[in-house]
Ligand binder design. Structure first.
Ligand code: UDX
Length: 480
């Protein structure tokens, strides 16, 4: 059932709603503080007591813009942290499940955490609640949650299950949550849909954007975000299909970049030419060493697996994955083409997180590259503005791997500098100082952060992705 009548809920209610959020990872924690910022009373539940204590004390645990200020504003007042899901269930009208759905060995999403939460909620349900699935899950998960709760003896009238996928990106998570392109609410009953409409009314009515200290972003009172009312299954598919499509867009431009390299064309020009077509759009056409992070690799695999289980040929997604893996191998060949042999070479590496402005290294192409370079016998001096502590936890300590305090420290006496993550600060380095620090003025940029002409003017040999190699006239020539 879709197209419920929300007109009654287009203005926020005077009373705050009571919301529970289960899971305090990126999605859960950001949702919890943002619901508070929208005026609601929130209980954020996590079964990890240490995390709960840290959050109560004001430690966000993740590096995310606006999160420290919102956590400090609302912690222990409008957002309470606890481990007790039963208490949260009793007190709240809506319970958002935002626990992890990691990838299993077969590529499927592992839904055991979601199931465990559903069972625990079922044990305490005595009055009507809406259970909202916010984690990225395969189609039919809502039906399973419903079945599990009923199997635990809860009457169907006492609850509804809704799918409300989250589209926030790491690094801009708070602004993305409060300024979404769209809010998707997949529900099969008007009662549940109405509660979700009420929760999001501060955004959809535009009143949030009138608050003098509101977090700035693309939405405004004049242009509030739309709420899309769908069936639960459609909402589940919207999330997977969106992430898979974005991953496909990146793999597509990476394949085009490889073609540009072969044809001596420039992928930046090609991407611009494509992106100006409004049907294609300019975003997510940045080539590089491949996509990573906690979502795209996992969601592409899970979507492929869902299609396979339902007998639908979606091998297109296998190609998306193949191109993504291939980008790292191509980059390694590029390093080799610039330096000839790799054993014993000293390389400066800028960037370890899976993308700029985050300390997250999950499925980071940069970490994979470092592993590949170490296996080739290189020695590495790495710098990342935020992800070095996390990198230390996954990269085994080695004599040939050092972590430095700055990009220039990493560059000191290196045979070449590699840019692996698109941190903004790596795009504005002091090129003269960098030139002086390096042993050889060679920059191999896996994120296309610089204009090749500018690099040549500063005396660098500059290799990037999908653009002709740029070399100062009397210097070194790359042999591929
Ligand atoms: C993504 C989705 O964008 C978000 O909607 C969803 O909720 C979670 O997954 P996130 O993982 O935070 O968000 O990062 P995103 O900015 O989408 O980048 C993902 C990866 O793609 C990064 O490794 C990034 O470097 C890479 N990327 C992105 C490219 O290589 N080229 C691009 O043009 C864009």
């Amino acid at each position: 059932m879709t197209n419920h009548d929300f007109s009654r809920f287009s203005v926020p209610s005077a009373e705050p709603l009571q919301i529970a959020v289960v899971g305090s990872g990126y999605v859960g924690l950001v949702a919890a503080v943002c619901f508070a910022e929208m005026g609601h009373e929130v209980i954020c539940v996590d079964n990890d007591q240490r995390k709960v204590d840290a959050l109560k004390g004001g430690d966000t645990l993740i590096h995310e813009l606006h999160l420290p200020e919102l956590l400090n504003r609302y912690r222990n007042t409008r957002v309470r942290f606890m481990t007790d899901l039963a208490e949260a269930t009793r007190e709240c009208q809506a319970i958002f499940i935002a626990v992890g759905t990691p990838q299993s060995e077969t590529g499927d999403a592992d839904l055991s955490y979601v199931e465990a939460v559903a069972c625990e909620i079922a044990r305490t349900l005595t009055s009507y609640k809406v259970i909202v699935e916010k984690s990225t899950v395969p189609v039919y998960t809502n039906e399973w949650i419903r079945r599990v709760i009923e199997r635990n003896g809860v009457h169907r009238e006492l609850f509804d299950v809704v799918s409300n996928p989250e589209f926030l990106r790491e690094g801009t998570a708070v602004a993305d949550f409060l300024h979404p392109d769209r809010i998707v609410v997949g529900s099969d009953t008007p009662r549940a849909a109405a509660l979700l409409a009420e929760i999001y009314a501060p955004l959809t009515s535009g009143t949030y954007y009138q608050k003098p200290d509101h977090i700035r972003g693309a939405c405004s009172t004049a242009a509030p975000p739309p709420l899309l009312d769908t069936s639960t299954k459609s909402a589940e598919i919207i999330k997977h299909a969106s992430n898979a499509f974005l991953a496909l867009k990146i793999s597509f431009i990476n394949a085009v970049a490889n073609l540009c390299e072969a044809a001596d064309a420039n992928v930046e020009q090609v991407a611009r030419g494509m992106g100006l077509d409004r049907r294609i759009g300019a975003r997510f056409l940045r080539p590089g060493i491949g996509y990573g992070g906690s979502c795209f690799p996992k969601d592409v695999a899970a979507f492929r697996s869902v299609a396979e289980q339902m007998g639908v040929d979606f091998t297109l997604l296998c190609e998306v994955e193949k191109i993504n893996v291939g980008q790292k191998k191509r980059f390694l060949s590029k390093v080799r083409s610039a330096l000839w042999t790799l054993r014993g070479k000293r390389l400066a590496v800028l960037g370890l997180s899976f993308k700029g402005e985050t300390d997250d290294i999950r499925e980071s192409p940069a970490i994979e590259m470092v592993k590949m370079l170490l296996a080739e016998g290189c020695s590495i001096s790495a710098f990342d503005p935020a992800a070095m502590d996390r990198a230390r936890q996954v990269l085994p300590p080695a004599a040939n791997l050092a972590y430095e305090e700055s990009a220039y420290d990493a560059a000191r006496d290196a045979d070449a500098l590699l840019i692996l993550t698109d941190w903004q600060e790596f795009a504005t380095l002091d090129l003269a100082l960098l030139h002086k620090s390096l042993r050889y003025a060679i920059v191999i940029d896996g994120r296309n952060l610089y204009d090749p002409q500018v690099m040549v003017q500063h005396g660098f040999t500059y290799l990037s992705v999908g653009r002709p190699a740029a070399t100062p006239v009397r210097d070194f020539v790359s042999i591929s």
